[in-house]
Design a protein around this ligand. Structure first.
Ligand code: ADP
Ligand code: ASP
Ligand code: MG
Length: 422
């Protein structure tokens, strides 16, 4: 008997029939003798619907006052889900109780819409488990120290589940979703994408941080920090499949790197359409210029991703960087208003229609020529690379958004990711 955390995403919770299926699957695990904590997301489309209503009325975006209310609204999606799932479990003859984030409580800081978990008090949950109940906890949400409801950012139920598993020292955290594991890339873009039986924790961290939305990045960070055994698997297999078989299906996020993993030079391709590029043309090429530009951007709480500074000509240089697309307007206003004039930039330019495509693999540490193979594949498709950024286990390029799918397909093919590396 073990303590197991299951997480079910929006599609898996998408209708009362699907919720009944989730309940049957959870009931199977509970009847096998496990202590079960279940973390569902809102029903598919619900978070978008709720935030859409708010947008119709919102006068502006970005203020803390507005974000507080957005969390108040968005968190109700998960509140409905936990209640429905608890009822469905009771209908299966399983004792079950549901909690919102604040009832647990799952304590967070006060950064509305992207709050960070600070602590989880699990005594109430433990008491229910000891009494033989299945505990259903709302994903995506928490509470700050003034009892304001917070949310953890889009896709945040993954993080709720892993954090609860970490806090309660669960034997395993199983992330049930609408695909049967982590693939070499999003199978919606490349139908030939191949499911990985295991992926190293480091690669999963890169994939998630580079835009692969299969797991929220913070969930992977939690899993790494607290060594939570983590698996991604399908909620669409028949609920009554053999439990041992189910427990081995999908993709294991592995903390041990084996030789086989090193053999695959590139393990996966991630892409991110959420970025925008800004450029300051003709800034003086002198010490401190990067700080003069990026300091005010950081002070405005805008995260910077890829940075590039061109070769200087006649003492002048061009300086480009990318930010989240939601921060694009704010960044442009800052550059045009104060930073541009202060740095004597000749011109400020922006392009919100870019994307970042990345190849990821721990095998890149020990192989040369990987980046050049990537650049060749892109050039053969006539795709211009605007920016490049590399680290030990990844190479990213910024390209025009309209070539994103073409680039991902071309790279998948060039690195033969559809084939099992043996
Ligand atoms: P959930 O609602 O269960 O949290 P998400 O939509 O957040 O599900 O994540 C699952 C989706 O992630 C899949 O349907 C798939 O399109 C997408 N995805 C992106 N990259 C990958 C990948 N490398 N492997 C598998 N799925 C991926
Ligand atoms: N319902 C939230 C969202 O759509 C959280 C999640 O699905 O993980 O982002
Ligand atoms: Mg998700």
């Amino acid at each position: 008997m073990a303590l197991i955390v299951h997480k079910y995403g929006g599609t898996s919770m998408g209708s009362t029939d699907r919720i009944r299926n989730v309940a049957k699957r959870v009931a199977k695990w509970a009847r096998a003798g496990h202590q079960m904590v279940v973390v569902p997301s809102a029903m598919s489309g619900e978070t978008n619907r709720l935030l859409g209503l708010a947008k119709e009325l919102a006068p502006s975006s970005g203020s803390a006052e507005l974000n507080r209310e957005l969390d108040m609204i968005a968190s109700t999606g998960e509140q409905v889900s936990v209640g429905l799932l608890a009822i469905a479990l009771q209908a299966e003859g399983i004792e079950a109780v549901s909690y919102t984030g604040w009832q647990v409580p799952l304590n967070t800081d006060s950064s509305y819409t992207k709050a960070r978990i600070e602590s989880i008090e699990d005594s109430r949950v433990r008491a229910d488990l000891a009494a033989g109940k299945v505990v259903v906890i709302a994903g995506f949400q928490g509470v700050d120290d003034e009892m304001n409801i917070t949310t953890l950012g889009r896709g945040g139920s993954d993080t709720s589940a892993v954090a609860i598993a970490a806090a309660m020292k669960a034997a395993e955290c199983l992330i049930y979703t609408d695909v049967d594991g982590v693939y070499t890339t999003d199978p919606r873009i490349v139908p030939e994408a191949r499911r990985l039986h295991t992926i190293s924790f480091e690669e999963m961290l890169e994939m998630a941080s580079l835009g692969s939305k299969i797991l929220q990045i913070r969930s992977v960070e939690f899993a790494g920090k607290y060594r939570v055994p983590l698996r991604v698997l399908s909620s669409f297999t028949p609920w009554d499949i053999d439990i041992e078989e189910e427990a081995k299906s999908g993709t294991l996020i592995s903390f041990e790197e084996d030789e086989k993993m090193e053999q695959a030079v590139v393990s996966g391709i991630a892409f991110n359409r959420d970025e925008a590029k800004v450029t300051l043309l003709g800034v003086p090429d002198k010490p401190g210029i990067a700080y003069q530009i990026l300091g005010p951007v950081a002070e405005a709480n805008i995260d910077i991703d890829v940075i590039i500074q061109n070769v200087s000509q006649e003492g002048k240089t061009d300086f480009s960087f990318t930010v989240h697309r939601n921060d694009y307007a704010r960044t442009m206003a800052l550059l045009e208003g104060t930073v541009g004039p202060a740095t004597q930039a000749a011109k400020v330019q922006g392009d919100p229609k870019i994307c970042k495509v990345s190849i990821v693999g721990i095998g890149m540490r020990s192989h040369v020529g990987v980046a050049s193979k990537m650049f060749r594949a892109l050039s053969e498709e006539g795709i211009n690379i605007q920016m490049i950024s590399t680290s030990e286990i990844k190479t990213s390029v910024v390209i025009d958004e309209k070539y994103m799918e073409l680039a991902v397909r071309a790279l998948h093919k060039a690195f033969e990711l559809e084939k099992d590396p043996v």
